[in-house]
Write a protein that binds this ligand. Structure first.
Ligand code: UD1
Ligand code: MG
Length: 447
């Protein structure tokens, strides 16, 4: 069983934001939540997140950490990663045998990689994750490795010579280290480097001096993209999206023009469903099998059952359910509503806070008037009802089974089952009026 330290006391100034860096969203959840969720898969004994005093007073961050069962340690001044780990140490006791250290600003880490690290660490007291750089310009710490594949030292990029910068094996920022070894080595760190910081990475040389070998495993560089700017945030988002898109396609979902489809961390789509271009999935979306999502939809907090067709240009939100074989068409917004099996809302409608039965047909331009300026009210439409186009349903209102609402009606009273409701002015016919009108106008023009 491991214990965890997440380093997050850095200033994050390069994000140029009032929002703390680790709260910036990535794939629909805060950056740090990705790290917390990855480590939760290891069922750690304890997780401690290191924050700066300013971050500590951020309620959102506090709640995020609390709901993930992370303790908080405070680093009073940002004196470097080594100093940040020192700040976390009082949270551990002798039951915490090995401590896994990660960075809060590297959210793409995969639980399986961490599990591999733990496995390899069984014969070791100090193991870290290294990565092969594809681009030598990247400013990660470089690993100097011995012939026997042990790490001799890590040289930070800004302190490295040209020869050291040419090394393509770099420090991911993730290490697993025996707690007693940490206790022995941390006081020996010195801030004698370009940044005048206590570098955590100096522990490697110190361990070697005490004849403790330092091992490493190699993992995919994509998992360790650190985020310091919004440009890097966008790059990490792209990596994540590509990973999720690929996973979905391999599980049997067709994504047309996948790079234009935006997913969330919890998007769940069934086999043989097709998603068209330019569809955005916010949080909490589940789609069944054989459904079709046509282009340009925005969908969040919704369940779409098997065989349903949604879009193009539909907006689903607020815990909505689209039943099996139902259809939601263009320029339709559905909020907090349930459409049961085989119901159709195909054009230009707003359905909010409604429960709609099976095989209901909702005509173009129907609006549920669910808000009176103070409170929201419910609309209930029973099975088989036919709502004519351009109807306003003023909630609270109930439309009975198999009833018909005449087009253009404004309905503010309940409609019984099997009835016809017409709520619009009677039509007046004036025979020959149009012809007389035109004659009169054209005579005037001649004058
Ligand atoms: C660090 C590593 C580098 C590695 C890279 C991987 C060190 C000295 N260097 O560099 O070898 O290649 O990560 O991404 O460890 N933090 C604190 N308190 C501090 C300073 C930093 O909590 O005083 C936190 C930051 O919030 C961040 C993490 O530690 O989450 C890493 O710090 P950062 O300054 O980003 O280190 P890098 O220069 O990226
Ligand atoms: Mg960094």
């Amino acid at each position: 069983m491991v214990s965890i330290i997440i380093l997050a006391a850095g200033q994050g100034t390069r994000m140029a934001s009032d929002l703390p860096k680790v709260l910036h969203p990535l794939g629909g959840k805060p950056m740090i939540q990705h790290v917390l969720d990855a480590v939760a898969m290891l069922k750690p004994r304890k997780t401690v997140t290191v924050l700066s005093p300013t971050l500590q007073s951020n309620t959102t961050l506090y709640k995020t950490l609390e709901s993930s069962n992370s303790l908080i340690a405070i680093q009073n001044q940002p004196l470097g990663t080594g100093d940040a780990v020192k700040a976390a140490m009082p949270s551990f006791d002798k039951e915490d045998e090995n401590i896994l250290i990660l960075c809060g600003d590297a959210p793409l880490i995969q639980p399986d990689t961490l599990k591999e690290l733990i496995k390899q660490h069984q014969q070791s007291r100090f193991t870290l994750i290294a990565m092969r750089l594809l681009n030598q310009q990247q400013k990660y710490g470089r690993l100097v490795v011995s012939n026997s594949n042990l790490i001799k030292k890590i040289v930070e990029y800004r302190d490295a010579s040209a020869a050291e910068r040419a090394i393509d094996l770099a420090n991911s920022g993730v290490m697993l280290i025996n707690r007693q070894l940490l206790i022995d080595l941390l006081p020996l760190l010195k801030a004698q480097n370009q940044a005048k910081e206590f570098y955590l990475t100096d522990l490697i040389e110190l361990a070697n001096k005490q004849q403790t070998p330092v091992h490493y495993i190699e993992a995919n560089v994509d998992e360790f993209q650190g985020i310091n700017t919004r440009v890097e945030l966008a790059a990490a988002e792209l990596t994540l999206q590509n990973h999720w898109r690929e996973k979905l396609m391999l599980s049997g979902v067709t994504l047309i023009n996948p790079e234009s489809i935006h997913l969330s961390y919890d998007t769940n789509i069934g086999k043989d469903t097709t998603v068209g271009p330019n569809v955005t999935f916010g949080a909490n979306v589940t789609i069944g099998q054989n459904a079709t999502i046509l282009p340009f939809c925005h969908i969040e907090h919704s369940l779409i059952a098997e065989g349903a067709i949604v879009g193009p240009f539909a907006h689903l939100r607020g815990h909505s359910t689209i039943g099996p074989q139902s259809a939601v068409g263009n320029f339709v917004e559905i909020k907090g509503s349930i459409l049961n099996k085989g119901t159709k809302v195909k054009h230009l409608s707003y359905i909010g806070d409604a429960t709609v039965g099976e095989k209901v047909n909702i005509g173009a331009g129907t609006i549920t008037c669910n808000y009176d300026g103070y409170k929201k009210s419910k609309t209930v439409i029973h099975d088989g009802a036919f709502i004519g186009s351009h109807t306003s349903l003023i909630a609270p209102v109930t439309i009975g089974e198999n009833s018909i609402i005449a087009a253009g009606s404004v309905i503010n009273k309940d409609v019984p089952a099997h009835a016809l409701a017409v709520a619009r002015q009677d039509q007046t016919i004036k025979p020959e009026w149009a012809a007389r009108f035109r004659r009169m106008r054209s005579n005037k023009k001649k004058d």
